[in-house]
Ligand binder design. Structure first.
Ligand SMILES: Cc1cc2nc3c(=O)[nH]c(=O)nc-3n(C[C@H](O)[C@H](O)[C@H](O)COP(=O)(O)O)c2cc1C
Ligand code: SF4
Ligand code: SF4
Length: 373
């Protein structure tokens, strides 16, 4: 019943829902993750692909950290993919000190229908010394060179980043231009999750975004979704309460079934990203809408015409009794409003269908932007 509920497609990868387990070195291998088949995505690893990164990991183990090490990294890598076959969509988070091991791993990942994830996140000094992990964030030309080489294999590629280390928008744009499919952002702020990073990246790229950091329940997942994340991932919460994944998947499924747009943005005036233009009123008063339109280079008049023309092709045109006489200007479905709901009932438009049309409207508006965020 929930087969195509989310309709998520990233190249050949089709996660069944937008809830992922993020990688934790020394922990998230095939045997640890086996019990989480309900997750939409499991990120294995981080695995070390060459001798130098394996050696660095051994040094880390010697000082008490958990790591995965192997003398035959590619045999190990392939066995792990075989062991998780059929479980759910799999990604593998990897480190290497040169491009070639990434490329080799990408070929194997593709053969298994898995996603490869470059680890541009790890900040252990032994890895940084090799120019891998977070060091790649500070060497964007090198990161992009890796991405371009990996993408020649046709593998679906994710880049795991840590926010607020470099300019996240510039980073995301470079990663997108180089050809990556996914940006998996550890949205770490000074005090836990910083969803504004997700919003900035959403506003400036078309990358599939996995929002990570401090997601522990449906409320925190919604913070990520409503700022533009396509998927959320959890790491530490899986250790402290393993049942969190099943609960979260159930809640997101229920929410999507009721509303039709699980990652609908907050309204612009509530801090939402630009997709929320679909919920905006006509530009008749001073409010945050004007700043948003300026950001995309669209005038108030163009915006009005765009929305009205779009509504003509849909069932949003009726709206007698609503604030602006037309549901094209109406709020998201989770904002209670008996005026809109009366029109929805009389036009026999379901909440899910209403939100699906709003989603299409947001895509239509943003396609016509004259300035890239
Ligand atoms: C023990 C541990 C090991 C980790 N190892 C990796 C890793 O190998 N690769 C990676 O990209 N992130 C790694 N991370 C980071 C997590 O994937 C995640 O980004 C971070 O913990 C924040 O998410 P959370 O708040 O859900 O835990 C690790 C985190 C922990 C706690
Ligand atoms: S137009 Fe309405 S919904 Fe949009 S920012 Fe202004 S007050 Fe908020
Ligand atoms: S009628 Fe309700 S949903 Fe429509 S704009 Fe007014 S408050 Fe929002």
């Amino acid at each position: 019943m929930t087969e195509n509920l989310f309709d998520i497609k990233i190249g050949y990868a089709t996660p069944k829902n937008p809830v992922a387990i993020a990688s934790m070195a020394g922990i998230t291998d095939s045997s640890f993750t086996r019990r989480f088949q309900k997750a939409g995505l499991i990120v294995l690893g981080g695995y070390n692909l060459d001798e130098r990164t394996n050696e660095a990991a051994r040094k880390e183990i010697a000082r008490g950290r958990k790591e995965f090490v192997s003398d035959k990294p590619f045999e190990f890598f392939e066995k792990e993919l075989e062991a998780t076959e059929g479980l759910t969509t799999i990604a593998v988070n990897v480190r290497a000190s040169t491009a070639e091991p990434f490329v080799q791993a990408a070929r194997i990942a593709k053969e298994h229908g898995a996603i490869l994830e470059i680890n541009a996140h790890c900040r252990q000094p032994e890895m940084l010394e090799l120019g891998t992990g977070e060091a790649l964030l500070r060497n964007i030309p090198r990161l992009c060179e890796y991405i371009k080489e990996i993408k020649k294999t046709g593998a679906v590629l994710s880049v795991k980043t840590r926010a607020n280390v470099v300019d996240d928008v510039e980073l995301a744009k470079a990663v997108e231009k180089a050809g990556a499919d996914i940006i998996h952002i550890d949205a770490m702020g000074s005090d836990g999750m910083d969803p504004r990073v997700i919003k900035r990246v959403r506003n400036s790229t078309g990358l599939f975004i996995i929002g990570n950091n401090s997601v522990v329940d449906f409320e925190s997942a919604k913070e990520m979704f409503s700022h533009g994340a396509d998927m959320v991932s959890l790491a530490r919460a899986v250790l402290s309460s393993p049942q969190v994944i099943d609960h979260l998947v159930d809640e997101v499924i229920a929410f999507q079934s009721m509303t039709g747009w699980y990652n609908a943005p907050k309204h612009i005036c509530a801090g939402g990203d630009l997709r929320a233009l679909a919920f905006c009123c006509p530009p008749v008063k001073p409010c945050a809408l004007h700043g948003a339109l300026k950001k995309i280079g669209i005038s108030a008049e163009e915006f009005v015409k765009m929305k009205i023309d779009f509504a003509k092709k849909t069932v949003l045109e009726p709206g007698d009794g609503t604030c602006f006489g037309n549901m094209t200007w109406c709020c998201k479905i989770t904002k209670p409003c008996f005026l809109r709901d009366t029109v929805l009932t009389s036009t026999r438009l379901s909440d899910v269908e209403y939100m699906r049309i709003k989603k299409k409207m947001s895509e239509h508006i943003l396609k016509q932007r004259k300035i890239e965020g």
